[in-house]
Design a protein around this ligand. Structure first.
Ligand code: NAD
Ligand code: LMR
Length: 332
């Protein structure tokens, strides 16, 4: 029997990530090839005409899984009945700007959209915040939607995770699909810690640790980390626009694994509400290694953390605590 359509909200749907993301969702990349979808697209009145153009193109593409499109500038209509909410709407970082510069613009957006989601979304709606500062926007959303379970609110660090997989695969000249279990700890910002200490590569003679195969600690502890941390800025420099196709694809990966589960023996990185695991302060949205099963994520426990890593986990936690404090000063 055909499944009931899932309602998927994309905010900022007239923007560049939205434009890359909605066809992926309509093709089944996010929720599976047997899951019909109804897309709810939200943008601001200034972008209403462009949003309507996106709706027209979605109709023209005749996606078999797409059972309807609600394109609106009304946040209540957009949030009503949604099962998945991908929050992309906001003000993007421009060349030369730090993420903190966009904080105040985004805090007020996330506060009001939290209330709409809390009131009108389907019970058990899963929320993914993409818009920067992603961790802190997700935290604001959580704080102002107290009846949405904290397990249902997350932010995107899967793009950083995928960037780390990509760097290792390029360095070792192996298929990216053979590399797994990198970790992004902390903030989706240049303070994040891309960690390869537990990562492996599938080889004809079994799974081998990335550290052993690369055999260049200076690269792994230096250039690799900096490249992943700075990749967003490098894309902005090259494109004069922030990443879009890779962000959209990673958002699909994030929701797909959350809903459908991570493969056996594999973890992914998600920004989730910290519970004190790995001595990260509770009450931050912090990126951890997680496994997903039956629609729930669980932080991978018990990984050994060396002194080098400890400092980096703490530094990115400190930045998130500062962002949290700054965000609260922007709330009115
Ligand atoms: P964009 O400017 O092209 O699109 C943003 C859209 O949001 C615009 O259409 C704008 O009109 C809309 N918008 C603004 N305020 C809104 C509101 N209150 N409600 C609904 N829509 C609203 O930007 P983009 O390149 O698509 O990037 C979107 C966000 O994603 C930015 O914050 C960017 O920094 C962030 N980003 C995050 C990641 C990540 O990995 N977490 C990666 C790339 C980009
Ligand atoms: C990215 O990582 O590509 C985005 O978050 C854009 C940015 O500001 O770095």
């Amino acid at each position: 029997m055909a499944k009931e359509p899932a309602r998927v909200l994309v905010t900022g749907a007239a923007g560049q990530i939205g434009y890359a993301l909605v066809p992926m969702i309509a093709r089944g990349v996010m929720l599976g090839a047997d899951q019909p979808v109804i897309l709810h697209l939200l943008d601001i009145p200034f972008a209403a005409e462009a949003l309507n153009g996106v709706k027209m193109e979605l109709i023209d593409a005749a996606f078999p899984l797409l059972k309807g499109v609600v394109a609106t500038t009304d946040v209540v209509e957009a949030c009503t009945g949604v099962n998945i909410a991908v929050m992309v709407g906001g003000f993007p970082r421009k060349e030369g700007m730090e993420r903190k510069d966009v904080m105040s613009k985004n805090v007020s957006i996330y506060k009001s959209q939290a209330s709409a989601l809390e009131k009108y979304a389907a019970a058990n709606c899963k929320v993914l915040v993409v818009a920067n500062p992603a961790n802190t926007n997700a935290l604001i959303l959580k704080e102002f939607a107290p009846s949405i379970p904290e397990k249902n609110i997350s932010c995107l660090t899967r793009l950083d995770h995928n960037r780390a997989l990509g760097q290792v695969s390029e360095r070792l000249n192996v298929q990216v699909s053979d590399v797994k279990n990198v970790i992004i700890w902390g903030n989706h910002s240049s303070s994040q810690y891309p960690d390869v200490n537990h990562a492996t590569v599938k080889t004809p003679s079994g799974e081998k640790p990335v550290r052993g195969l690369v055999a260049d600690d200076a690269w792994l502890n230096g250039e690799f980390i900096a490249t992943v941390q700075q990749r967003g800025a490098a894309i902005i420099k090259a494109r004069k626009l922030s990443s879009a196709l890779s962000a959209a694809s990673s958002a699909c990966d994030h929701i797909r694994d959350w809903v459908l589960g991570t493969p056996e023996g594999t973890w992914v990185s998600m920004g989730v509400y910290s519970d004190g695991s790995y001595n990260v302060p509770a009450g931050l949205i912090y990126s951890f290694p997680v496994t997903c099963c039956n629609g729930d994520w669980k932080i991978v426990q018990g990984l050994p953390i060396d002194e080098f890593s400890r400092k980096k986990l703490d530094a990115t936690a400190d930045e998130l605590s500062e962002e949290k404090a700054l965000a609260y000063t922007c709330i009115n």
